[in-house]
Design a protein around this ligand. Structure first.
Ligand code: UD1
Length: 417
């Protein structure tokens, strides 16, 4: 297992461009199951989860070309409707194949994605939505089985604005003739991106970015070309890391409008931020002030940036609170940050952080993707050397992180085993 060795204390300085978004790319690549025509994608981040998704599409019968930041999912003769357990267990987003397969072939068999380090993550909202569209759901040997004689458009109120359920239901509705309405839908920017791609395929999609999404589906959808938009979570991580190291970062090709809550929070702690078009310039002179945050669905503070934020607040002047309202167990990074000298007291979904003047390097372990990002932020700002184990978690969501950080002056090495 690879490790990162980080010698902290150097401010991140320089210019870098945002990569394409992992979380936008995953459902959009999967949406290619909705057509027999070719779909071509650019600005696809080169990440493990992307490779897993493309492999999943291949095992279902799609032909895939993938090089650098380009991917093409080509025409296919036959598509299997059963997803492979070994791929699904690697990546929870694999459940997103259920919607397109069900809508096109009237059946799908997908292993139930298990829990993960940050909590249980059930799929009940996805399934009750499919039932509204006329599907039957049952379980066998750890798989969920979906079937229907025919599907019909429906009004689907979600009990919670789940990102994955909204995406799965949008994709299913795109291939069901008539207008489906998803209420209490997720409003994350990745939903907008999926809506754009489904429109390109021929579905009529309106209301993305609001609580009510309408999808007028078509029996036959076409292929298309699409550029994946910038990754707001990757951008946010770099901005937080620049603030923690008191750096000066010009982030280009980003989407500042997707990052309002994070930019606002960074300004509250003392960062000077200038947004111009698609660039974000952050400068941080001294120690951050303490500022509390609560995660919530978009446009609130994103849960995926809560761990890096906690690393930043560990170094703040004063006390702050971090409340996690999306995932039940997303505080595992607190104990690892404490190994570096952070003063954090976790009580259920809330962490109380008493900022310290400096963190100290230590051997630590990434428990999941964003917890790993928090450790990187802490290590970059800490005194001395930190070795982060289980970097494979970080590689799921950050492309060549060590090279990009080195480009900003950080002292980071990958230790390959
Ligand atoms: C997506 C993102 C993830 C992000 C999350 C919240 C991808 C690939 N992943 O995950 O990075 O942290 O949105 O912004 O885009 N829930 C249920 N039942 C369901 C579905 C969800 O109870 O059927 C619960 C989950 O357990 C969780 C909460 O709802 O507590 C949010 O989950 P959801 O919005 O679905 O997140 P994902 O789509 O899995």
């Amino acid at each position: 297992m690879d490790k990162f060795e980080i010698v902290g204390g150097k401010p991140l300085r320089g210019v870098m461009a945002a990569n394409g978004s992992k979380n936008a790319a995953l459902p959009i690549l999967i949406a290619s199951l909705l057509t027999d025509e070719a779909c071509e994608f650019t600005r696809v981040p080169a990440l493990r989860d992307i490779r897993t998704t493309l492999r999943l599409l291949e095992t279902l019968g799609k032909k895939v070309h993938h090089a650098g930041h380009r991917a093409a999912v080509l025409a296919s003769k036959t598509i299997k409707t059963r997803a492979d357990y070994h791929l699904v267990k690697q990546m929870r987003a694999s459940i997103l194949v259920a919607g397109p397969l069900l809508a096109r072939f009237k059946r799908a068999r997908v292993p139930i994605p298990g829990g993960c380090a940050i909590g249980l993550r059930p799929i009940d909202i996805h399934l009750s939505g499919f039932e509204r569209l006329g599907a039957r759901t049952s379980y066998s040997q750890g798989d969920v089985l979906l079937s229907a004689d025919s599907l019909h458009p429906a009004r689907i109120p979600l009990s919670f604005p789940s990102v994955g359920a909204t995406e799965n239901l949008m994709m299913a509705a795109a291939a069901v003739e008539g207008t489906t309405t998803i209420e209490n839908a997720a409003r994350e920017p990745e939903i907008d991106a999926l809506g754009e791609f489904l429109r390109l395929m021929g579905a009529e999609v309106s209301g993305t970015g609001t609580r009510t999404i309408r999808v007028r589906g078509r029996a036959v959808l076409r292929g298309g070309r699409y550029e994946i938009p910038a990754d707001r979570i990757e951008s946010g991580t770099f901005l937080i890391a620049a603030a923690a190291t008191r750096g000066d970062l010009l982030l280009e090709k980003a989407r500042p409008s997707d990052l309002k809550a994070v930019i606002g929070a960074l300004e509250r702690v003392g960062a000077k931020i200038l947004v111009q078009g698609t660039s974000i310039h952050l400068r941080m002179a001294g120690r951050p002030r303490a500022a509390s945050i609560k995660t919530s669905p978009h446009p609130g503070f994103p849960t995926d940036l809560q761990p890096p934020w906690m690393a930043l607040m560990s170094l703040a002047r004063g006390k702050s609170l971090v409340r996690e309202t999306i995932f039940e167990k997303r505080m595992l990074h607190a104990a690892e940050l404490a190994r570096m000298g952070a003063q954090i007291h976790v009580d259920g979904d809330q962490a109380r952080i008493d900022g310290v003047a400096a963190l100290n390097g230590a051997p630590v372990m990434a428990s999941d993707l964003r917890a790993g990002a928090a450790l990187v932020v802490a290590a970059l700002a800490a005194k001395g050397e930190t070795v982060i184990d289980r970097v494979y978690h970080i590689d799921r969501g950050y492309e060549r992180l060590e090279k990009r950080l080195r480009g900003l002056g950080a002292r980071v090495r990958r230790l390959s085993s």
